[in-house]
Design a protein around this ligand. Structure first.
Ligand SMILES: [Zn+2]
Ligand SMILES: [Zn+2]
Length: 344
């Protein structure tokens, strides 16, 4: 993101500006697939370390490969096979743990790794796929900063696109089969089209939602079924005209930070406090309030956002605490607020 030009006077105070004027939308992370911190802590240690005892057994013919070729093989294994390989013996564990791409993914993107395993989609992607998404900050659909991993494709996406783009449509298998006029068992046999849903809170108001056991990725299912001539145009019309249950899209994504190789920093995305101030003052403009930026993107936005510059001026260069909106203070997580961020 170094291509974003930030004025020198903003660059000079970048860290303080980010601290005073930006915040992370925690509510966006909480409404998609997520793990309990306790569960993550239990697995993190074992995923990131080899055993302390030195390996004694070899890997047979695989062990004769030069290290470089071995890395290529490991990077090409799908996630499920990669974990099977890790369990072969201590030497396999050492080799897999030392793979740079795996090291980074298991350290910074555990939620994505776990999300794919829980969704029963781990056989569709490699560690390298997850790594490449981790070091990319842009939403595949709109090009803005994306803080989520779309589990069906292991692509990065933003909250806005996940909610509104037709690309992310998902349907329960029974509804899909009925509208496409194909048998549910045939649909089930096609690999990579269905995702197993997991328990979670999938709406901002934290109301219980009906959760189907599986969801079908509509776009890919249509492509696959058209490819084998199992459906026709009428089925596609039926499918596209069906209204979705919006909560179900949240069951197909998980929070996924961005790792910048340039400065070895992890970014979860930030939003603008000033844009919330403006929303409360003049109403409307939810789109601006809900924008998520990379840190470079935010610093660029800062030089154009009058309200956030006021906050910065009030903070006297980050040396004084400023009064900020309740919603930004709570990082967006406050379900008793109305859509404008004020108490309902
Ligand atoms: Zn997007
Ligand atoms: Zn702003």
């Amino acid at each position: 993101m170094s291509s974003i030009d930030v004025p020198a006077n903003v660059e000079e105070h970048a860290d303080a500006i980010l601290r005073v004027c930006s915040y992370h939308r925690r509510d966006f992370d909480l409404v998609v697939v997520r793990s309990r911190p306790h569960d993550m802590r239990l697995v993190q240690g074992s995923l990131r370390a080899a055993f302390e005892t030195l390996p004694t057994a070899e890997l047979g013919i695989l062990g004769r490969l030069p290290a470089e070729l071995m890395s290529i093989v490991l990077r090409g294994l799908d996630v499920r096979s990669f974990f099977y390989f890790r369990q072969v013996n201590r030497r396999a564990r050492v080799l897999s743990t030392g793979l740079w791409e795996y090291e980074l993914v298991s350290k910074h993107a555990l939620e994505g790794l776990r999300g794919l395993l829980r969704a029963e989609l781990a056989h569709c992607f490699t560690i390298d796929d997850l790594y490449r998404t981790l070091i990319t900050d842009k939403c595949t659909t709109c090009g803005a900063f994306g803080g989520l991993l779309f589990l069906f494709t292991a692509e990065r996406c933003c909250f806005e696109c996940l909610q509104s783009s037709a690309h992310y449509r998902a349907l329960p298998p029974s509804a899909f089969a009925k509208l496409a006029k194909i048998s549910p068992s045939r649909l089930k046999r096609l690999s990579g089209l269905s995702l197993r849903t997991v328990p979670g809170i999938y709406n901002m108001m934290e109301r219980p939602v009906r959760r189907p056991k599986y969801l079908i990725f509509e776009e890919k299912a249509i492509q696959t079924l058209l490819g084998i001539r199992a459906i026709g145009e009428d089925s596609i019309r039926n499918l596209r005209s069906r209204r979705e249950q919006s909560d179900q899209r949240f069951m197909t994504a998980t929070a996924y930070p961005y790792y910048s190789l340039e400065n070895a920093k992890l970014e979860r995305g930030v939003s603008c406090k000033g844009c919330q101030v403006r929303l409360e003052l003049v109403h409307g403009d939810l789109d601006h309030r809900d924008q998520v930026f990379s840190t470079r993107g935010f610093l660029f936005h800062f030089s154009r956002c009058v309200e956030t510059q006021h906050l910065w001026a009030e903070s006297k260069g980050g040396t004084r605490t400023v009064k900020e909106p309740e919603l930004t203070r709570r990082c967006g997580y406050f379900n008793q607020l109305g859509s404008d961020g004020r108490p309902a």
